[in-house]
Design a protein around this ligand. Structure first.
Ligand code: NAD
Length: 480
C-alpha cells in the first residue's frame, strides 16, 4: 500500500524565550545551585537546550526551609478561598502560555507536539482548575471535621509527563494548604522551570512552591529531609521501594505511583476497528512511556489473527519523526539510557522465542528512536510479558474464556490499569470487578480526568491521585 507523503508541518519554536541556563527556584526567585550543573538536551536531535543547576543537600535544605516559612507565615493562615484564587490564576496562565509550554515539552521530552498540545497541557490546566474549586470546600468534602494540611510536601516526579505530573502533585497539595518542594526528572526539567516563571507571574507568595533540579541524589535528599511532612513520588518501582524504606518509621505520610504492565483485553464480540485504535493508543501513545500503558494485549484466540493483521496495517501508517511536526505520531525516546533498556528487553523477547514484528519506518540519524514493535507468541513467563518495557513495544497473548483472561491479566506483580473491549456491558462489569487494577477502562484506553482517582495495587504503589480522594493524601487524618 502506498500513501501520499505529508509536507513537513513543524511547529515553530520561536515562541520559546529560553534562558541559556536555569537556577533553582527557591523562595520565589531563581538562585544558583551549589551542585555541578548539567545539560538538558533534545532527545530528537541530541542538541543542547540549556544548562540546569543541580541542587546539593544544602540547597534542598534551603528549599525546605523556605517552604516551612511560607507554610507557617502565609499559606496555612490563608483562607481556602484565597488559595483557590491563586490556583485559578495559575490555571489561566497555563492556558495563556499553552503553546509555549507544549513546544517546550516536546522539545525536552521528545513527545509529539499533537500530544503535548492536545493532551498534556490542557490536562495540566484542568488539574489546576479542578483543585482550585476544592480549596474552599474542604470542610464539605466528607474528609472529616475541620481538615488540616500536613505542612511541607516533598514531591519527586518522572520524565514521561513532566508538566502533567507536576500538576498532579502541586494542585492537590496547594489546594489542601500545603507548601511544596518539587524535584523534576533530570532529563526533563524545562517545563517545570517555565512553570516557575508562571508562579512568579501569578504572584504566588514566595516559598509556597520551590523547584529543585538535579538527579536521584537530589530526590533522595528531599525525601529524607527531616522537616518534610509528606512525600509523594511517581517513578519506578525500584526507587519507590528505596523511598518507602527511607520513610519507614518517620512521621511522614507517603504516596507512591509506580510502574505497571497493564492488560488490554479484547473479546471476540468487540468492535474490532475501535479496539485496534484503542490498542494503538494504549501502547504507542507517548512512545509507550506511560505507566498505565496497555503493554500486554490479551486477545481472544478466535480473533487473534484478524486483530494482529489489522494492527500491523494500522502501525504501518504511523509517522515517526520530529516531535515538533504536527503530523508526527511517534516521537523520540526520552534518553539514550531508556532506548538501551527498550532494546535490551526486546532482544530478550526474541531470544526467549517470541516473534518480533517492527513497523517499517525510516529512523532519523540523530536522536533516540525506536519503531513501533509487536511481539506475538508471547508466553506469560517471558520477560517482555512481565517486565515494564516503558517503550513502544506490545506483547500479544491469547485466551479462550473470560476466566482465563482474568487470570492472565492478574498474573503480574503490578496493578495500575487495565482495558476491556467487548460489546456486552454485563461482561465488562463482571470482568472489571475481578481485575486487580486501580483503573479499568472499557472500550477506551488512556483517558484521564482530574475528577477521577488514579493509582495502583501491589507493586504499582499506594495512594490515589485525582478526584476528592487525591486530597486525602495531603490532609491530616483524612480517609478517602
Ligand atoms: P525513576 O524512578 O528512575 O525516577 C523518577 C524520579 O525519581 C526522577 O526525578 C529521579 O531523579 C528520582 N530519583 C531517582 N532515584 C531516587 C532516589 N533514590 N530517591 C529519590 N528520588 C530518586 O523513574 P523514571 O525512569 O524517571 O520514570 C519511569 C517510571 O515511572 C516507570 O516505572 C513508570 O511506570 C513510572 N511512572 C508511574 C506513574 C504512576 O502514576 N504510577 C506515572 C508516570 C511514571
Amino acid at each position: 500500500m502506498s500513501f501520499l507523503e505529508y509536507a513537513p508541518a513543524p511547529e515553530s519554536n520561536a515562541i520559546l524565550n529560553l534562558k541559556d541556563s536555569y537556577g533553582l527556584f527557591i523562595d520565589g526567585a531563581f538562585v544558583d545551585g551549589s551542585g555541578s550543573s548539567f545539560t538538558t538536551i533534545s532527545p530528537a536531535s541530541e542538541k543542547r537546550i540549556a544548562e540546569i543547576a543541580s541542587a546539593s543537600d544544602e540547597d534542598v535544605d534551603r528549599a525546605v526551609a523556605a517552604a516551612r516559612r511560607a507554610y507557617d507565615k502565609v499559606w496555612s493562615r490563608m483562607s481556602g478561598r484565597d488559595r483557590g484564587k491563586y490556583l485559578f490564576r495559575i490555571a489561566r496562565l497555563v492556558q495563556e502560555r499553552a503553546r509555549e509550554l507544549a513546544v517546550a515539552e516536546s522539545l525536552d521530552n521528545g513527545k509529539p507536539i499533537k500530544e503535548s498540545r492536545d493532551v498534556d497541557v490542557p490536562l495540566v490546566a484542568s488539574w489546576f482548575f479542578y483543585y482550585a474549586g476544592w480549596a474552599d470546600k474542604l470542610d464539605y468534602a466528607g474528609l472529616g471535621a475541620n481538615p488540616r494540611a500536613l505542612g511541607v510536601a516533598g514531591q519527586v516526579i518522572p520524565w514521561n509527563f513532566p508538566l502533567l505530573m507536576l500538576a498532579w502533585k502541586l494542585a492537590p497539595a496547594l489546594a489542601a494548604g500545603n507548601t511544596v518542594v518539587l524535584k523534576p526528572a533530570e532529563t526533563t526539567p524545562l517545563t517545570a522551570l517555565i512553570f516557575a516563571e508562571i508562579l512568579q507571574q501569578a504572584d504566588l507568595p514566595a516559598g509556597v512552591v520551590n523547584i529543585v533540579t538535579g538527579a536521584g541524589a537530589t530526590g533522595a535528599a528531599l525525601v529524607r529531609h527531616p522537616d518534610v511532612d509528606k512525600v509523594a513520588f511517581t517513578g519506578s518501582t525500584g526507587v519507590g521501594r528505596d523511598i518507602a524504606r527511607a520513610v519507614a518509621g518517620t512521621k511522614k505520610k507517603l504516596t507512591l505511583e509506580l510502574g505497571g504492565k497493564a492488560a488490554n483485553i479484547v473479546f471476540d464480540d468487540a468492535p474490532i476497528d475501535q479496539a485496534v485504535e484503542g490498542i494503538v493508543n494504549g501502547i504507542f501513545f507517548n512512545q509507550g512511556h506511560v505507566c498505565c500503558a496497555g503493554s500486554r494485549l490479551l486477545v481472544q484466540e478466535s480473533i487473534h489473527d484478524e486483530v494482529v493483521d489489522r494492527l500491523k496495517e494500522r502501525l504501518s501508517t504511523l509517522r515517526l519523526g520530529d516531535p515538533l511536526d504536527k503530523n508526527t505520531d511517534i516521537g523520540a525516546i526520552n534518553s539514550a539510557a531508556q532506548l538501551a533498556r527498550i532494546r535490551e528487553l526486546s532482544d530478550i523477547g526474541e531470544a526467549e522465542g517470541a516473534e518480533r514484528w517492527t513497523a517499517d519506518c525510516a529512523i532519523p540519524e540523530q536522536g533516540f528512536w525506536f519503531a513501533p514493535t509487536i511481539f506475538t507468541g508471547v508466553e506469560a513467563s517471558h520477560r517482555i510479558a512481565r517486565d515494564e518495557v516503558f517503550g513502544p513495544v506490545l506483547s500479544v497473548l491469547t485466551f479462550r474464556t473470560p476466566a482465563e483472561a482474568i487470570a492472565k491479566a492478574n498474573n503480574t506483580p503490578y496493578g495500575l490499569s487495565a482495558g476491556i473491549w467487548s460489546d456486552k456491558g454485563s461482561r465488562i462489569l463482571a470482568v472489571a470487578d475481578r481485575l486487580r487494577a486501580g483503573v479499568v477502562w472499557a472500550n477506551t484506553f488512556n483517558r484521564f480526568d482530574p475528577s477521577s482517582p488514579f493509582g495502583g495495587y501491589k507493586e504499582s504503589g499506594y495512594g490515589r491521585e485525582g478526584g476528592r480522594q487525591g486530597l486525602t493524601a495531603y490532609l491530616k487524618g483524612a480517609a478517602a
